[in-house]
Design a protein around this ligand. Structure first.
Ligand SMILES: [Zn+2]
Length: 108
Protein backbone atom coordinates (compact mmCIF):
# COMPACT_ATOMS: atom_id res chain seq x y z
CA UNK A 1 0.00 0.00 0.00
CA UNK A 2 2.77 2.40 0.97
CA UNK A 3 4.62 1.64 -2.26
CA UNK A 4 1.54 2.45 -4.34
CA UNK A 5 1.09 5.77 -2.53
CA UNK A 6 4.76 6.58 -3.30
CA UNK A 7 4.27 5.89 -7.01
CA UNK A 8 1.12 8.04 -7.06
CA UNK A 9 3.07 10.85 -5.40
CA UNK A 10 5.85 10.51 -7.99
CA UNK A 11 3.25 10.54 -10.77
CA UNK A 12 1.63 13.69 -9.41
CA UNK A 13 5.05 15.31 -9.07
CA UNK A 14 5.98 14.44 -12.67
CA UNK A 15 2.61 15.74 -13.86
CA UNK A 16 3.18 19.02 -12.00
CA UNK A 17 6.66 19.44 -13.49
CA UNK A 18 5.36 18.64 -17.01
CA UNK A 19 2.49 21.08 -16.61
CA UNK A 20 4.85 23.83 -15.40
CA UNK A 21 7.07 23.27 -18.43
CA UNK A 22 4.13 23.43 -20.84
CA UNK A 23 2.82 26.63 -19.25
CA UNK A 24 6.21 28.34 -19.26
CA UNK A 25 6.70 27.29 -22.89
CA UNK A 26 3.31 28.75 -23.81
CA UNK A 27 4.13 31.95 -21.94
CA UNK A 28 7.40 32.34 -23.87
CA UNK A 29 5.58 31.78 -27.16
CA UNK A 30 2.89 34.27 -26.21
CA UNK A 31 5.52 36.86 -25.24
CA UNK A 32 7.25 36.37 -28.58
CA UNK A 33 3.95 36.73 -30.47
CA UNK A 34 3.06 39.88 -28.53
CA UNK A 35 6.37 41.61 -29.16
CA UNK A 36 5.71 43.03 -32.67
CA UNK A 37 2.32 44.48 -31.70
CA UNK A 38 3.88 46.20 -28.70
CA UNK A 39 1.51 44.80 -26.05
CA UNK A 40 4.34 43.53 -23.85
CA UNK A 41 4.63 46.31 -21.28
CA UNK A 42 8.13 45.50 -20.01
CA UNK A 43 10.49 44.87 -22.93
CA UNK A 44 9.14 46.82 -25.92
CA UNK A 45 8.11 49.90 -23.94
CA UNK A 46 11.68 50.82 -23.06
CA UNK A 47 12.77 50.43 -26.67
CA UNK A 48 9.99 52.69 -27.94
CA UNK A 49 10.79 55.37 -25.40
CA UNK A 50 14.46 55.26 -26.30
CA UNK A 51 13.68 55.58 -30.02
CA UNK A 52 11.06 58.34 -30.03
CA UNK A 53 13.26 61.35 -29.16
CA UNK A 54 15.79 60.45 -31.84
CA UNK A 55 13.48 59.47 -34.71
CA UNK A 56 10.56 61.85 -34.12
CA UNK A 57 12.22 65.18 -33.44
CA UNK A 58 14.31 65.41 -36.58
CA UNK A 59 11.64 64.87 -39.27
CA UNK A 60 8.89 66.69 -37.35
CA UNK A 61 10.85 69.95 -37.14
CA UNK A 62 8.26 72.12 -38.90
CA UNK A 63 8.94 75.39 -40.73
CA UNK A 64 6.44 77.95 -41.97
CA UNK A 65 6.51 79.53 -45.41
CA UNK A 66 6.59 83.33 -45.07
CA UNK A 67 4.53 83.74 -48.28
CA UNK A 68 1.57 81.37 -47.85
CA UNK A 69 2.05 80.33 -44.21
CA UNK A 70 2.01 76.60 -44.96
CA UNK A 71 3.85 74.36 -42.52
CA UNK A 72 6.37 71.91 -43.92
CA UNK A 73 9.23 69.79 -42.57
CA UNK A 74 12.58 71.55 -42.37
CA UNK A 75 14.06 69.01 -44.77
CA UNK A 76 11.62 70.15 -47.50
CA UNK A 77 11.81 73.87 -46.75
CA UNK A 78 13.79 76.36 -48.84
CA UNK A 79 15.82 79.02 -47.07
CA UNK A 80 16.73 82.44 -48.47
CA UNK A 81 17.70 85.61 -46.65
CA UNK A 82 16.75 84.18 -43.25
CA UNK A 83 13.23 83.35 -44.45
CA UNK A 84 11.55 80.00 -45.01
CA UNK A 85 9.71 79.11 -48.21
CA UNK A 86 7.60 76.10 -49.17
CA UNK A 87 8.54 76.13 -52.85
CA UNK A 88 10.92 77.67 -55.34
CA UNK A 89 8.09 79.84 -56.71
CA UNK A 90 7.53 81.43 -53.29
CA UNK A 91 11.27 81.84 -52.80
CA UNK A 92 11.47 83.72 -56.11
CA UNK A 93 8.47 85.77 -55.07
CA UNK A 94 10.30 86.80 -51.91
CA UNK A 95 8.95 87.62 -48.46
CA UNK A 96 5.82 89.78 -48.23
CA UNK A 97 6.20 93.35 -46.91
CA UNK A 98 4.48 92.34 -43.66
CA UNK A 99 6.33 89.11 -43.13
CA UNK A 100 6.55 89.67 -39.36
CA UNK A 101 2.80 90.30 -39.06
CA UNK A 102 2.02 87.04 -40.85
CA UNK A 103 3.95 85.05 -38.27
CA UNK A 104 2.38 86.93 -35.36
CA UNK A 105 -1.12 86.36 -36.77
CA UNK A 106 -0.52 82.63 -36.61
CA UNK A 107 0.57 82.72 -32.97
CA UNK A 108 -2.37 84.75 -31.62
ZN1 LIG B 1 4.54 79.04 -49.62
Amino acid sequence: MGKLLGWVLVGVLVWFVWRFMVISKRRAERAKAAEPSGTDPTSSHQCERRDTPVTDKTPEMMMQCVVCGVHLPATEALFAGGNVYCSEAHRNQGPPAHAGAAVRRDES
